[in-house]
Design a protein around this ligand. Sequence first.
Ligand SMILES: Cc1cc2nc3c(=O)[nH]c(=O)nc-3n(C[C@H](O)[C@H](O)[C@H](O)COP(=O)(O)O)c2cc1C
Length: 537
Amino acid sequence: MRKEVRIIFYFLILVYILIPAWIPQILWSLILVLPIVVVGIRDYFQKKHSIRRNFPVIGHFRYMLEMIRPEINQYFIESNSDGRPFSREQRSVVYQRAKKERDTVPFGTQKDVYEIGYEWVNHSIAPFHVKPDMRVRIGGPQCKQPYEAALLNISAMSYGALSSHAVEALNLGAKKGGFYHNTGEGSCSPYHLKHGGDVVWQIGTGYFGCRELDGTFSPEKFAKVAAHPHIKMIEIKLSQGAKPGHGGILPASKVTKEIASMRGVEMGKDVISPPWHTAFSTPIEMMKFIKSLRELSGGKPIGFKLCVGKRREFIALCMAMREAGIQPDFITVDGGEGGTGAAPLEFSNSVGCPLTEGLVFVHNALVGFDLRKNIRVIASGKITTGFDIVSKLSMGADLCNSARGMMMAIGCIQALRCNSNTCPVGITTNDPELMSGLDVQSKSERVKNFQFETVKTATEIMGAMGVRHSRELRPFHLMRRVDSLTVKHYGEIFEYLNTGDLLKANLPKSFERACRSATSHSFMALEDLRTNELNVI
Ligand SMILES: Cc1cc2nc3c(=O)[nH]c(=O)nc-3n(C[C@H](O)[C@H](O)[C@H](O)COP(=O)(O)O)c2cc1C
């Protein structure tokens, strides 16, 4: 598009130079058209707005629509009814914080506080000032290079799903703001390393970046990449909330020559990662894999990411951690409400546990097996505000990741074209023309601003609650209206276990079935294993 627009502008300029200006009609049209040409040239060369850079002149219509959108919203696109995952309120707060615009709201509470499901935290009469530069140490006793993480970081999004400009802007933002940037499963590209931001290298089932020709895991290639000083932690991806149990999808239209060679795949075909890992097939084997990654990386923190599915399988992982004496340093819990570049609708909408239930379960299982002390829990799934952070930390997380919040910070307008290579703002496209509209420097500032302002607000909320550090947050801090006359805190809504509860003979009722049927030696249920054995005999 930028190419066509350029041609039209040069053509118009040429016409006005060549045609003699004494023809009155031409003079008139000059008066009409010249301002448009000037606006177009200005749009084309400015760096703040990708949509205006990519679509000079017509890009302004979006801003005009935005001006009248509050009224339109009442009828058409209020909240989520327009099919966009984030409400107008959520989008606005990200844009305002990213641009360092005024982010206060006028007139008062903009929520129905009597609505069922309304959540809040109670403030204190004796609040504190809490510094926004709070850090959480990731790295248990088995790790030699612990990492001090920020409360909000950039969630996994691959180069390929995102353009190189988007990856660069995110990484530079992470560098400027002092937080980490997860590579996503599509390998650690040069764009993730160029600016020096802290990187979490994600390894998915395709083992991109550390893969043998047959698609299996290569320890030698892994060790070589993992040694890079910008890579601070390694995350094994088991599943993600938007398509759990499916495996990654990169549509053929987005597979460039560079991406194909980086991932070791063919061009012209969708890149589909398998839904399962080939480096391990049982919980115990997975722990051994974690141990080998830790050794191969020189002792960097190793964790895994999952959207909670079968509870028994996670219990089996906890059993394996205890049995093998090997623990991950962190676990990222992704909610079923999470985002993706491309996924089948049914998987996005109807597979995988939502974040609240998944997070509370993972926290409890780790506490119950007395494993929580050295494992940090990271939450992701529609986290865009300071309150989102405080609420997830109260439920049981230690820190948070955001994917689409960060995308909005670099200009995502939810055009919902991530799976088609035609993203108008140059974020989820590898079309060089569209991507050139995204200016790395100015967008990196927005990433930094969004993260900083959001974390600052989270720490201000903690201060208002009389809480000095995120580790003091507890389930009883978070309130929820459960019916029109009843309010409960999260400690009342969910059962929170005591340390070691799942190691006792008398198991809590809610965990009994999952614990009795789990085994560290298989992801299958014990009863199914026995039936299988009988069948074999
Ligand atoms: C464009 C895009 C690409 C993504 N790629 C990956 C990926 O490679 N690996 C992964 O584990 N999650 C991936 N995700 C999921 C996010 O990391 C995150 O778990 C999820 O979007 C929830 O966060 P959000 O609600 O803040 O977006 C992707 C999400 C988006 C929007």
